[in-house]
Design a protein. Structure first.
Length: 162
């Protein structure tokens, strides 16, 4: 390998910290947290596999060999797609949202009397179905939560209603 940092040891935990993944993982009031698996190692392995397969295709087509290089930090940075793009677009570093999604609501876990429930509402049609099940339609909350943009802006109020 070559380039800055090529001689540094590659530990998943350190790359999660350096690459910013830990700064967006965990409860908002808690300390930064690593992902529960060695995710950066896995992503880098997948990138290595993709590179090897592409190199084999080139070899088969041209007879020319290829050199494949991957690294942990680049693999992580590529995987931070929406958070990385938002940071580049706004200049603001994202924070920790626990299990919540930064631009979709509701898209997180909720405590219930029977345990923890994961709710992932990806669009307004899905929210209409959830609201129907929860009995929200026809209530004062309907207009506040009609669109995803409104739900994200009123995330805390929506959590209380759910």
């Amino acid at each position: 390998m070559s380039g800055a940092g090529a001689d540094l040891p590659g530990h998943d935990l350190l790359v999660q910290a350096l690459g910013g993944l830990m700064s967006i993982t965990g409860h908002p009031e808690g300390e930064p947290s690593k992902v529960g698996v060695a995710l950066v190692d896995v992503l880098t392995g997948q990138n290595a596999l993709a590179g090897i397969l592409m190199a084999l295709r080139v070899r088969d087509a041209t007879g020319t060999g290829q050199q494949v290089q991957v690294n942990l930090l680049s693999s992580l940075l590529a995987a931070l797609v929406n958070q990385g793009a938002a940071t580049l677009a706004t200049g603001n570093s994202p924070g920790k949202l626990g299990n919540a999604h930064p631009s979709i609501a509701p898209y997180e876990t909720f405590r219930t009397g029977g345990g923890t429930l994961a709710i992932a509402v990806g669009n307004d049609r899905q929210f209409a179905a959830l609201a129907s099940v929860l009995g929200l339609w026809g209530s004062p909350e309907q207009a506040r939560f009609l669109t995803n943009e409104r739900r994200v802006a009123s995330r805390e109020e929506l959590r209380i209603v759910i």
